[in-house]
Design a protein around this ligand. Sequence first.
Ligand SMILES: C[S@@+](CC[C@H](N)C(=O)[O-])C[C@H]1O[C@@H](n2cnc3c(N)ncnc32)[C@H](O)[C@@H]1O
Ligand code: SF4
Length: 452
Amino acid sequence: MMIKTQNTQSKIPNLKSKISQSPYQAYVYSYPHKTAYRPFTPPIYLPQLWTQQDRQALFLYIHIPFCEMRCGFCNLFTTVSHNEDFISQYVGTVQRQAQRMKAVLGNASFARFAIGGGTPTQLPIQHLETIFDIAENTMGAKLQEIQISVEVSPETATEEKLKLLRSHFVDRVSIGVQSFIDSEVLATQRRQSTTQVEAALTRIKAAGFPTLNIDLIYGLPGQTVDTWLQSIHAALRFQPEEIYLYPLYVRPLTGLGRTDQEWDDIRLACYRQGRSLLLSQGYTQVSMRMFQRVNLSPSSPPSPVYCCQADGMVGLGCGARSYTNTLHYSNEYAVGAKGIRDILQAYIQTPDELFEYAHYGFQLDAEEQRRRYILLSLLSHEGLNLVGYRQRFGSDVYADFPELSELLTLNLAIKDEEILQLTEFGIERSDTIGAWLFSDKVQKLMHGYELK
Ligand SMILES: C[S@@+](CC[C@H](N)C(=O)[O-])C[C@H]1O[C@@H](n2cnc3c(N)ncnc32)[C@H](O)[C@@H]1O
Ligand code: SF4
């Protein structure tokens, strides 16, 4: 099948001019982004949708939208206004949704499970336990056999909660540190001291999780390349199996504001030096942001790459997305406090039967499915497998998207018979290449989205 991309001609000069602009155009952690989602009229009946999907190795994701603080940079769907009663109602609603989803899915099994947020460990311990119970006993996930990942924050990674995670076979803990320099963290309105971070990391190491991931951010107010490298060195002392280096993004309604050339230059310098440091310390680069340690001891299992964009994702909780090959859906999305509160209220009041429908999302036609495949594989170190593409879609990728050859002309990628792979320059421009690969339709929807 030949895919006609509507703007092939206009895209070629477009990439060239985009590359000369800021390298930080859009963080592509999922395609399409939630801001391209719209209401479905009529809503889509989930049992019909999921029977068409292979359900033998699904990804279960449970979203916990609570935090102890609202960091100035964060645009995730999360709230700091919660009390015991509200948390209880929220977890009860996740349980109701899970019961309906289990019936929707029928004979299904899970290969991976993640609890994300927000901050999952913000939940009081009995509720955290209920979340594992939902995964295991309602959804039927075999916790002992599958890869499980949980996000924690320094203050909430208590010994008691880490013990609970370990006893439920969690094998990857991801902690948002952002910076080991107190003044840099405080400038983002994040209440956290380095002493507290180091104590949390020590507790996590002692608990013995196979994989520790540490998130760091570059481009923070007051940060220099030197202080950035200090933070990476501080992280390395804990020998994490994974490190994510995130360039700071400042998006509307998130409190921090800066867009200038000098900031781009600092971020690029931090990226390059941070990358070199990690490569020199035995890490491999998996994507622009993700680094994995390669010199693991022979007894350590290979660290799984947690890719939240995989097809066959069952999302539970208010901010979770679900994906099949053809449909992505979720609740509505907001970043501002009021928008989030309203959506959360509506979630806990949802009658059981409405959990059997998708109300809001994006339908992927043949072109969008191909774009998604290209985006996700090209932006990772494995690259775009041309044979795999042909096997999956029955067509030739260069015939479908002739504009991809522009990546070669601009030295952003190299190719052999089988693989189209980003070069070092291409990886550092991932956020430009990703945005360039968005379809016209998705771009229009994203631009037309009114942020709440
Ligand atoms: C899913 S978030 C949640 C992490 C966890 N709640 C915490 O803060 O400890 C994962 C990571 O994304 C990164 N992140 C979030 N917002 C960002 C932004 N605006 N710019 C750059 N990185 C960001 C942070 O490093 C954060 O730790
Ligand atoms: S960065 Fe983490 S702790 Fe901070 S508001 Fe976002 S989700 Fe919550």
